[in-house]
Ligand binder design. Structure first.
Ligand code: G6P
Length: 552
């Protein structure tokens, strides 16, 4: 299981060469690079799986790309990629394979784990999902009182929430008109209470989605929902027609009271944040139908094949990953923005936050040594153009370097009037402005043309200057179809993989979420006065204040 320890990242020849190269080009402005190289946009563009990437507005030259690809090679990206696709247990701290790519393989493909072809098992579950979703969508599946299903409430959190929620939002144009989707994740009772106000029990299906089926938030919400349903419909027997489960843990599903005939399984080689392709995608399949769900899988599989076979220099996720490494490790950028110019991708940044930050927010190497370089960035974003009117000021004129990905479809699902032309124009204008900036002379000339002069003009000039040289990627897609969405998600999954491989961290565990959970378990009885504990003075005083001041 244990591969030989890799040399430290910063001692690799390519790393050293990149350090020198960075010193040489750090001050070079992209305006200059574009002015002296008419072929730049054509050379720094790639297309695969319905995604077109323009990465020419980056602070790179041919040398940068050559050295970054060399870094990927020296860091063993290709070897780890092969080991992931083969199903080796590359998630060493949990002793697990990492095989979300097997979930989107066509029938007939073979991926063997522990002597079993998992692709067959994957398709067997897909067939069960197909049968179930068709019966719900057609109205054949009846609730306890004989009504068909009109509301679906997914109860899950993290990877058992963000993926299905994001994809259902993104694929609204494909959604079943008679189904309203709801997602409850937060243990804050408000989330469940406000959702239950909007559904009626007789026509509601609850999906309890939890890989482990032990997650406190999800189990608490599921118990509340079940009690509500039983009260509304007046019978425990109603649970059978209104609750299904998605989990790897049949025992706990049974203990909760859901018949395992109504359970859709998956496997421990599917990480939570990589699970929307598994039965965790049940809400997606219910909403957009199985044919579209299969398209989503097929789009991701096309990107997988590209990732697996394209040379590093022409490999979309590899290029995105290398650019991220370039900014994180050589320019000191601490953050990365994802800016979809598509309202239906409004939860995409939130989804990517878990994917990227839970995967690469690590501080020790796969061998357990503390890293001496930066790892995953703080990822964030909002749909354009809303961001433009909120935080783009900092991206244009602030003191921090914020590389960003601009994602936009050429065709809208809602081509009303000139909306989409305006949206596209804004997207293209922003990346141009970030790259070019505005010099003092340009600002001066503009102010003069507006009738200003003298000291007043000069006083304004510094405020009107945009330094530019701010990097961005532009991802163009024809239209946000299920296949394109699948490819887009897979693009980021593999980007995260490549970065984790270079940083030599395990992108597939998440021990960092455990300590808070542990402490919450200890504090919970203390808040109710059922136990005492030993804490720092701040936590102790806060517990005391909560215990004595809350009214219920
Ligand atoms: O699906 P579950 O087992 O309920 O887990 C839900 C989520 O909670 C955990 O704490 C992890 O941080 C996430 O990676 C996971 O997706």
């Amino acid at each position: 299981m244990n591969a030989p320890a890799r040399p430290d990242l910063t001692s690799l020849p390519a790393w050293r060469a990149l350090t020198e190269h960075h010193a040489a080009i750090a001050e070079v402005h992209m305006r200059e690079l574009f002015a002296t190289d008419p072929g730049r946009a054509g050379r720094y563009a790639l297309e695969a799986a319905g995604l077109f990437l323009d990465y020419s507005k980056n602070r790179i030259t041919d040398d940068t790309l050559r050295l970054l690809a060399q870094l990927a090679r020296e860091a063993g990206v290709e070897d780890l990629r092969a080991r992931m696709f083969r199903g080796e247990a590359i998630n060493a701290t949990e002793g697990r394979a990492v095989l979300h790519t097997a979930l989107r393989r066509p029938r007939g493909d073979v991926v063997v784990v522990d002597g079993e072809n998992v692709v067959e098992a994957v398709h067997a579950v897909l067939e069960r999902i197909e049968t179930f979703t068709e019966s719900v969508r057609s109205g054949a599946w009846r609730g306890h009182t004989g009504e068909s299903i009109r509301h679906v409430v997914n109860i899950g959190i993290g990877g058992s929430d963000l993926g299905p929620l994001m994809a259902c939002e993104a694929l609204r144009p494909y959604g079943h008109p008679g189904l309203t989707m709801h997602f409850v994740s937060n243990v804050d009772g408000t989330h469940m209470a406000e959702t239950l106000k909007r559904v009626d029990a007789a026509s509601t299906l609850f999906i309890v989605a939890s890989k482990t089926f032990t997650t406190q938030e999800t189990l608490t919400n599921a118990h509340t929902a079940r009690a509500w349903l039983v009260e509304q419909l007046g019978s425990d027997a109603a649970v059978a027609k209104h609750f299904v489960a998605v989990s790897t843990n049949a025992r706990e599903v049974g203990a909760f009271g859901i018949d395992t005939a109504n359970m859709f399984g998956f496997w421990d080689w599917v990480g939570g944040r990589y699970s929307l392709w598994s039965a965790i995608g049940l809400p997606i399949a219910l909403y957009v139908g199985m044919a579209n769900f299969r398209e989503l899988l097929a789009g991701a599989n096309t990107l997988d094949r590209h990732f697996e076979s394209a040379p590093l220099e022409a490999n979309l996720p590899v290029i995105l990953a290398l650019l991220g490494v370039w900014y994180s490790n050589f320019f000191g950028a601490a953050t990365h923005a994802v800016l979809p110019y598509d309202q239906s991708l409004h939860r995409f940044p939130a989804y990517l936050q878990q994917l990227d930050m839970e995967s690469n927010g690590k501080r020790v190497t796969r061998e357990g040594a503390a890293v001496d370089y930066a790892t995953g960035p703080v990822l964030w974003g909002e749909p354009g153009t809303n961001g433009q009117h909120a935080f783009y000021q900092l991206i244009h004129q602030g003191t921090r370097l914020v590389p960003g990905d601009f994602i936009v479809p050429l065709d809208s699902h809602h081509p009303i009037g000139r909306h989409h032309t305006l949206l596209l124009a804004n997207c293209l204008a922003q990346t141009e402005a970030l790259m070019r900036g505005k010099t003092a002379d340009e600002a001066r000339a503009e102010l003069a043309a507006g009738g200003m002069s003298g000291a007043a003009l000069e006083a304004l000039v510094p405020h009107k200057v945009f330094p530019g040289n701010r990097p961005s990627n532009t991802v163009l897609v024809q239209k946000l179809t299920p296949a394109v969405l699948g490819a887009l998600i897979a693009l980021y999954e593999h980007k995260v993989f490549v970065q984790g491989a270079i940083w030599n961290i395990n992108s597939f565990d998440q021990w960092g979420v455990e300590l808070g959970k542990q402490l919450a378990k200890a504090i919970e009885p203390e808040l109710e006065g059922r136990a005492g504990g030993s804490h720092d003075s701040s936590t102790a005083a806060l517990i005391e204040r909560v215990r004595t001041r809350r009214s219920a």
